[in-house]
Design a protein around this ligand. Structure first.
Ligand code: COA
Length: 260
């Protein structure tokens, strides 16, 4: 439960979260469920999905589908919508591995761009008619990679820059329907697969923390609280924005990863 917000901010609402079986997006699903939302989560891995749904409680359901597959994602969203109207969409499924361009195959680049960017497009495109109503909220989880270049992250940087721009276009197109569309750009977040891959040693973690003005990683819950804010009536006039939640690391030229 959030330490900042009063409980039940999302009572009577339903949220669909891709990538919701682990990491930041599981944290978002947990916080939304704690605030009274019905939650549907989508993930590729059936085992992780089942474990997450069990942890989320009786008002949660899970859908096994790859966001790269439009038809599978549309089918999963339709199955969740059959249980009641959708109010909130969180596009969070993502992939990453550190590799310089010379060690990255075309398929490796494509795998990440397809999960992060095409997957976000697929999810938003398939969900729009299901959540189209004033007050609906769409959030995509980007990263400071969308605005800062990092060595060994060409695929993620390109994909997240695309996610940031896609969401600004969607905010323009869907604003007249009353649907708000925003991005959260986290910096380094503790307890995520991404940071396990990018900073696998104690030394690497310390180097990351040294470059963050606030001097530490974010907790998953701190990203979830930003998502809760953006999905709540407190953000009713906010659309098309990128909410950076990075402890100030992007002020530092975003320098917290390997510089090549
Ligand atoms: N270095 C270089 N290339 C790599 C790599 C690495 N560490 N890991 C994967 N690849 C390449 C593969 O070799 C393959 O390319 P190839 O066909 O030319 O050999 C390509 O990436 C796709 O890999 P594959 O494992 O078949 O794809 P996938 O769809 O099963 O997995 C990934 C997608 C690669 C993003 C994988 O890392 C993943 O599933 N990640 C999910 C979890 C995650 O990354 N979480 C962090 C989110 S921030």
């Amino acid at each position: 439960m959030s330490g900042v917000f009063q409980p039940h901010l999302l009572s009577g609402k339903a949220a669909y979260v891709t990538g919701g079986s682990s990491g930041i997006c599981l944290g978002i699903a947990q916080l939304f469920a704690a605030h009274g939302a019905r939650v549907g989560i989508q993930s590729r891995n059936r085992e992780k999905l089942d474990a997450a749904v069990a942890a989320l409680g009786p008002h949660a359901s899970g859908y096994a589908a790859d966001v790269r597959d439009f038809d599978a994602t549309a089918g999963a969203l339709a199955a969740f919508a059959a249980t009641g109207p959708i109010d909130i969409l969180v596009c969070g499924a993502a992939g990453n591995f550190p590799a310089p361009v010379t060690a990255m195959s075309a398929n490796g680049f494509k795998a990440v761009v397809d999960i992060d960017l095409l997957g976000t497009f697929n999810t938003c495109r398939a969900a729009f008619e299901l959540l189209r109503k004033p007050g609906a909220s769409v959030i995509s989880i980007s990263a400071t990679h969308g605005s800062h270049p990092y060595a060994a992250q060409a695929h993620v940087c390109a994909a997240k820059a695309g996610v940031d721009m896609l969401n600004r276009v969607l905010a323009l197109e869907w604003g007249p329907a009353g649907v708000r569309v925003n991005v959260i750009a986290p910096g380094p977040v503790d307890g995520t697969e991404g940071m396990r891959r990018l900073a696998p040693t104690a030394e690497a973690r310390a180097e990351v923390a040294r470059n963050v003005p606030l001097g530490r990683f974010a907790a998953i819950e701190e990203i979830a609280e930003a998502a809760l804010f953006l999905s709540s009536p407190a953000a009713a006039y906010i659309t098309g924005t990128i909410l950076t939640v990075d402890g100030g690391v992007s002020l530092n030229g975003g320098r917290f990863l390997a510089r090549g």
